[in-house]
Design a protein around this ligand. Structure first.
Ligand code: SF4
Length: 249
């Protein structure tokens, strides 16, 4: 059994192609920009068995391209390890392509168990240097799990939310480039613009949203392009310098 917040039948922004998304209930990360704050409460949402969940997502399968995609998102799937592992096993056995959308926050052992049961890991780095400024968690366990991924063959997407004044510092983007360069299995980097669409959800919960109308950062397409330029340039430089060091030694 596990707890879910919701199921989205058809999404084109939660992994490759069109997919069904299961949003897990419960998240310990506490991002100040969270688009889904009603998923934080570990006792909220709906309790459901893996069998019933699979029965429900199977209804959407005929409308998805083949192989059908299923993304485990949240909330934080790593906070319900057994549930995530069992869904991954069952879904893959039934022919689904399974992606994990995660903040990477969890013990190494839990992370390894879940990652083993999926076909793609979408890893959201919140801030590669000062994560504590925008979340309630420490950075080190997240980086350890990311480094662990570098030793596996499972494809990885790195995701990063660009927030002007919060995550757009050149040194942060360069640090992101270095992390990306260390992943031989990196398939894609997605730099996503901050959007303040969750403001009402925060208000409904009675919580203060940091980015209200007058302080809402506006992230333009140009900002995204510039961030991508810095990240890719740094990635290239890092790999070139690593290759030089390898030749010298
Ligand atoms: S990890 Fe995701 S669900 Fe959790 S607080 Fe951050 S954005 Fe929200």
């Amino acid at each position: 059994m596990g707890r879910i917040q919701s199921i989205y039948s058809f999404s084109t922004v939660d992994g490759p192609g069109a997919r069904t998304v299961v949003f897990f209930q419960g998240c310990p990360v506490g991002c100040i920009f969270c688009h889904n704050p009603d998923s934080w409460n570990f006792f909220g949402g709906e309790e459901i068995s893996v069998t019933d969940l699979m029965r429900r997502v199977d209804r959407f399968r005929p409308f998805l391209p083949s192989p059908p995609g299923l993304t485990l998102s949240g909330g934080e799937p790593l906070a319900q390890v057994e549930f995530a592992v069992e869904i991954g096993k069952k879904a893959r056995a039934e022919g689904w392509h399974v992606a994990l959308d995660t903040s990477g926050y969890g013990s190494r052992m839990d992370f390894a168990r879940v990652v083993k049961e999926v076909d793609l890991v979408m890893f959201s780095i919140k801030h590669p240097l000062h994560q504590e400024r925008i979340t309630g968690i420490k950075l080190e366990p997240v980086l350890e799990n990311l480094r662990f991924l570098a030793g596996l063959t499972v494809p990885v997407w790195l995701r990063y939310v660009l927030i002007n004044g919060w995550t757009d510092q050149p040194e942060a983007l360069k640090a992101l480039g270095n992390l990306a360069a260390e992943l031989p299995n990196l398939q894609k980097i997605e730099i996503l613009p901050f959007n303040g669409l969750a403001e009402n959800k925060w208000a409904d919960l009675g919580w203060e949203f940091r980015f209200t109308q007058d302080q809402k950062p506006v992230v333009t397409e140009e900002d995204i392009k510039e961030a991508e330029r810095i990240v890719y340039a740094q990635m290239k430089a890092y790999r070139a310098s690593a290759a030089c060091m390898a030749i010298r030694s």
